[in-house]
Design a protein around this ligand. Structure first.
Ligand SMILES: Nc1ncnc2c1ncn2[C@@H]1O[C@H](COP(=O)(O)OP(=O)(O)OP(=O)(O)O)[C@@H](O)[C@H]1O
Ligand SMILES: [Mg+2]
Length: 501
């Protein structure tokens, strides 16, 4: 029976891709004005369920009831017409157009033959006012920061009179300030009766912004309820089906010889006079705020910036890392922050993505030893529990977290001396996070020198032997594992001052 209290009811939704049964009779209901978290491990089926609601995919079975009426979506346009907007993580804006042009793309307003820019601007401004923001619609999208781009997408959805907005991992690439801005806007919309589906792996955010939650595990709805009174531990428990460890993973150990040493390394305008040393078997953390130069520092040391000043030594010998090929030869590996932009090649298969950096090792005369490539990847696939169909499927057929594991597999096969991880668990679920931590610890035990760049204080505290906190392109201070503390690190990262002793 349709229930009048619901804006949306999805009942018994089933979906399978070839032999992979992804959704097994899922129920998902949404009330008007509700901010509803959809959570679950990587590959649990969250995006697939929402793709069905967004008309991108067709369900094999089940029904969708909107405002008490059964609906059938033949495509995304149908879903949009019914008032459902899907904000994908890779935003769909054209950088070279103004905000208002993006808002009306494909549905431009005209006055006679000419485009009616004034009217489009006026209506865009109206929508921004509705969500309490003062943005000039004539600004170019290129000049906006990530949170405003997201807000423009949402404003466009509102212009099209969306009453349900789906946000798939919207905060992964946003800073704290930007996240707060997006959350404010979500609350304003909710007060106006717009329902929001919020997909995220950040359980603290889920508890702070959402009214209720639904947990998917292996294509089934395993829990739902109100966030009031719930804890992140409870949510994590539902997601993985058992308790999740949160204790410190770092163990006291004997460190080996220095592997990578930087002496007064600079690259203006990003960072200056950075000196540090990471030893064999050590896990060294770098933290700070977004834009502190951390990522650029390690891009430079991986040869990806193409320039730096100062001296670098590898195993005690001076080296010059002019480009990434040189870095690879020297045994320096780099797992980038954003798998969508840097980590994967979208047009290649899972196997190809998983073996990109090691191909030359499998060269037998003019030929590649495909069997050996496959065997090497297979070892990693099992070790990392990568959930996938066939290895020749496109990498994009995998869920986000599993794509990240394939990127990892590539580096594990390469067997580097130093491995740099830039936010290794971004967009990765709690269970997979622990698996990735295990792998990092194992690598350190094998003597690999590990560098971890992370914005998540807990990640650094749990994993690292030592942490360096960066502030505006310089090192603000160093903490050993006994001194690491979230408040101390936050203070250093926001003030640039070493911790008060
Ligand atoms: N187009 C597709 N073709 C084949 N398999 C797919 C396709 N889309 C998703 N899958 C499979 O469906 C399963 C669920 O994927 P989905 O993207 O829904 O997970 P998710 O819960 O969003 O995970 P994540 O948190 O990692 O984004 C995965 O095993 C994935 O490989
Ligand atoms: Mg997803």
């Amino acid at each position: 029976m349709p229930n009048a209290a619901y804006k949306l009811e999805m009942r018994g939704i089933c979906k399978q891709f070839d032999h992979n049964v992804v959704l097994k009779g899922v129920d998902f209901c949404l009330k008007p004005g509700e901010i509803h978290a959809l959570i679950g491990e990587n590959g649990a089926g969250k995006s697939t369920l929402m793709n069905i609601l967004g008309g991108v995919l067709r369900a094999d079975a089940g029904e969708i009831v909107l405002d008490g009426q059964p609906v059938h979506f033949a495509g995304p346009a149908d879903s949009l017409r019914a008032g459902i907007a899907f904000i994908h993580q890779e935003l769909n804006l054209v950088n070279d157009l103004a905000i208002y042009e993006n808002m009306f793309i494909g549905r431009e307003l005209r006055k006679g033959w000419k485009l009616d820019a004034a009217e489009m601007c006026r209506r865009s401004r109206e929508v921004f006012e509705r969500i309490g923001l003062d943005i000039d619609p004539r600004r170019m999208v290129r000049d906006l920061d990530a949170s405003y781009k997201q807000i423009v997408e949402i404003a466009r959805a509102l212009l099209q009179e969306a009453r349900i907005i789906i946000m798939d991992e919207p905060t992964t690439s946003l800073t704290e300030v930007e996240i707060a801005r997006v959350f404010d806007m979500m609350r304003t919309l909710s007060a106006q009766g717009v329902s929001i589906v919020f997909i995220s792996h950040k359980l603290k955010e889920v508890l702070s912004v959402c009214h209720c939650y639904t947990v998917l595990r292996d294509g089934q709805m395993v829990a739902h309820g109100e966030t009031r009174g719930a804890t992140t531990e409870q949510l994590a428990y539902h997601m993985v089906g058992h308790d999740v460890r949160v204790e410190k993973l770092q163990v006291e150990k004997r460190l080996g010889a220095p592997v990578l040493e930087a002496k007064d390394v600079s690259c203006e305008p990003w960072f200056r006079r950075i000196s540090f040393c990471v030893r064999a078997g050590e896990i060294l953390g770098f933290t700070g705020l977004l834009g502190d130069g951390r990522s650029e520092l390690f891009q430079a040391l991986f040869g990806a910036l193409g320039r730096y000043e100062g001296a670098v030594e590898l195993e005690g010998k001076p080296v010059r890392i002019a480009n990434t090929t040189r870095a690879l030869e020297l045994g320096i590996g780099y797992v980038p922050r954003n798998r969508k932009e840097n980590g994967i090649v979208r047009d290649l298969s899972i196997l190809e993505n998983g073996s990109l950096v090691t191909l030359d090792r499998f060269q037998r005369g003019p030929l590649l030893d495909h069997g050996a490539i496959r065997r090497a990847f297979d070892v990693q696939r099992r070790d990392l529990h990568i959930k996938m169909g066939d290895e020749s499927d496109l990498i994009t057929s995998l869920s986000g977290g599993n794509q990240q594991k394939v990127v990892l597999a590539k580096w594990l096969t390469a067997g580097p001396k130093v491995l740099i991880f830039d936010n290794p668990t971004q967009g990765v679920d709690v269970g997979a996070k622990e698996e990735i931590y295990d792998i990092i610890l194992r690598l350190a035990q094998q003597g690999v020198a590990i560098v971890i760049l992370s914005s998540e204080a807990q990640e650094i505290i749990r994993l690292c032997d030592r942490a360096l906190v960066m502030y505006h392109g310089a090192i603000a201070g160093e903490l050993d594992y006994t001194q690491m503390d979230e408040t101390v690190m936050m203070h250093m990262a926001t003030s640039g001052e070493p911790a008060a002793q």
